[in-house]
Design a protein around this ligand. Sequence first.
Ligand code: IDP
Ligand code: MG
Length: 192
Amino acid sequence: MFRSSAPRIVPNSTGPASGPYPQETPTLERTLVLLKPDAVQRGLIGRILSRFESKGLKIVALKLQTFPVPLIKTHYAEHKGKPFYNDLVGFMTSGPVGALILEGNGAIEITRRLMGATSSAKADPGTIRGDFGMSFSNNLVHGSDSAVSAKREIALFFPNKSEINRWTPANETWIYSSEELPAPKATKKKGK
Ligand code: IDP
Ligand code: MG
């Protein structure tokens, strides 16, 4: 069957399960990921992106930039006043940061699990922080922690919608079963 290249974000089914999938398939989500300055300086961009790509998460936006202090302060506003806040802002503005948006069913929680615990020293082996880091603060990656955070952070780092791509990976029908495939975007009829 022909599938549009433009997926839509759909809510979970709340009705009774008609098969093994509807209640288990998480919502199609987008999440913001930052490859922190330590990941860039240590030449780990490729290996970290590879973790997300290999999992089946789709990169829909990607850029490398040294972000301004006010933007990083806004991003980490929840930590304002904590002892590590100033160092965190200094660290995050010390050089280029990779910013990307990942899309996939359940992308927010899956990304956090791939990243591992905040302290790289304590993060499980097999996670990005657990495999590549030793530090609490220099912990390589950021990932949105909820749907509300993801929406806010995506708007902050990708205010220009033209930077966000709608595309269908050639292997998508192998990553998901037919029941789990992100639904194609409904085509608007003229005059409606
Ligand atoms: P998260 O990145 O796992 O969501 P948060 O608690 O939101 O962790 O903290 C944001 C970032 O602030 C962390 O990723 C880390 O870089 C830094 N950070 C958090 N707690 C500490 C601390 O106690 N000491 C130093 N840096 C910290
Ligand atoms: Mg956090």
